[in-house]
Write a protein that binds this ligand. Structure first.
Ligand SMILES: Nc1ncnc2c1ncn2[C@@H]1O[C@H](COP(=O)(O)OP(=O)(O)OP(=O)(O)O)[C@@H](O)[C@H]1O
Ligand SMILES: [Mg+2]
Length: 393
């Protein structure tokens, strides 16, 4: 045996987990702790180190509305399977009575309608996004504080033994599943805890600010409050079955600004892929973005309010412009802020843009690199960038 004393670094992640990390960081703003927890569990899964006979991971997501809890689950599924819809969502508030539980697990044989029911949590449903190389499922239980006792019992069985028994006694195996549960429990108390003037001595706040530790300390405090609220509300049996409790932070202006950019890129994608088939480019200037941000900032509703402002002030008007034939495929539409009327203004800046020009504009306005831009564009624009450059020469 050759003796070595090489120091190893357990913080390093493999390529696959790294790719997930990078992808989630692009899509999710300001929730690094949550992203890291998912990447950690994925890394354990890849190494075959998750506990046998249990789901791959049991996560409880707490925190205010519109802060990215559901979005993070969808983004994880999208990143790993290519489809954000690969998440099976169970809205716990909808399953209060026993006949509603039957929608989840089916009814016992002999019951009226037994044959017609297709349980929402069957093995086929769970495995529907599996491929030869990827076998992981994603299940989200939303608003678990509203779950009935019957649903709690099902949930406890899934979290502990990774199995669920259907109405007809078939067993569903959840051992290749990531389970996410969300709750807004304690969100209002946690919101007030981000105010540094509460709970710290005034000299202490100054010291933490100077050493750059204030954010970290506030986060710790909010997380602790969240976990305590969960302990008060949920039974120890439930709490003991969780791998991670993640508290999502309220989003501030810098985070909302980054989310605005992400959402505007998604609106541009919708334009390019819309059923109307008139692909055009939006060139949204800074004052227009600031206007959307001003109108969409509401600490209470997080990014939900921002999305509503985008729909109201941008998506509705451009839908009207498309429907009334004022916009054609290949147009470049400048979007600016009309201060007098306090709304967005739309001007056709160019028409009949070729495919190369369009892909270049996507890069310039939205920072989407050419290959990704080509993938966003409709089929006639979606040739590989190299082919396009070649043809142009
Ligand atoms: N941290 C974030 N990063 C990127 N986008 C976000 C973030 N938070 C919210 N969004 C945007 O806002 C939308 C609403 O957020 P989401 O559905 O994730 O809220 P939630 O935390 O699940 O709220 P609720 O508790 O009401 O269910 C998302 O679809 C996404 O577009
Ligand atoms: Mg949600």
């Amino acid at each position: 045996m050759v003796r070595l004393s090489r120091v190893l670094d357990p913080q390093l992640t493999g390529q696959e987990a790294d790719r997930l990390h990078r992808d989630l960081k692009k899509k999710i703003v300001g929730q690094e702790a949550a992203v890291e927890q998912i990447v950690n569990i994925y890394q354990m899964y890849l190494a075959g180190m998750t506990s046998p006979g249990r789901p791959i991971g049991n996560f409880l997501f707490l925190g205010p509305t519109g802060t990215g809890k559901t979005r993070l689950v969808e983004a994880t599924a999208e990143s790993l399977t290519g489809d954000p819809k690969a998440v099976i969502k169970v809205d716990c508030a909808e399953f209060q009575h026993s006949h509603e539980i039957a929608k989840l697990i089916g009814s016992p044989p002999g019951y009226l309608g037994h044959r017609e029911t297709h349980p929402m949590l069957s093995q086929e449903v769970l495995n529907q996004y599996h491929s030869d190389s990827f076998r992981m499922s994603f299940v989200l239980f939303d608003e678990i504080e509203k779950a009935s006792d019957a649903l709690w019992n099902l949930l406890l069985g899934i979290l502990d033994k990774a199995t669920l028994t259907l109405g007809d006694n078939r067993r569903v195996d959840f051992s290749k599943t990531l389970i996410f549960m969300t709750s807004n429990l304690g969100a209002s108390e946690m919101g007030s805890m981000v105010r540094p003037e509460l709970g710290f001595a005034s000299g202490e706040v100054q010291r933490l600010r100077e050493t750059g530790q204030l954010d970290e300390k506030l986060n710790e405090r909010v997380t602790r409050a969240g976990v305590e609220a969960a302990r008060r509300k949920f039974t120890p049996e439930f709490m003991n079955r969780l791998d991670k409790i993640v508290v999502f932070r309220s989003l501030g202006l810098p985070e909302l600004r980054r989310i605005l950019d992400i959402e505007l890129t998604l609106v541009q994608r919708r334009v390019l892929q819309s059923a109307a088939g008139i692909p055009f480019i939006l060139n949204i200037d800074e004052p227009a973005r600031e206007f959307l941000l001003r109108n969409g900032t509401d600490v209470k509703y997080g990014a939900r309010h921002l999305k509503r402002a985008i729909e109201r002030s941008l998506v509705h008007p451009i839908s009207n412009l498309m429907a009334s034939g004022q916009i054609d495929g290949g147009d470049l539409i400048a979007v600016s802020y009309d201060a007098e009327h306090e709304c967005l203004a739309f001007v056709k800046e160019a028409a009949a843009l070729g495919e190369v020009a369009m892909v270049e504009m996507l890069d310039e306005v939205f920072g989407v690199p050419p290959m990704a831009a080509a993938a966003m564009a409709p089929p006639e624009y979606a040739r590989p960038a190299t082919a396009r450059v070649h043809r142009r020469a």
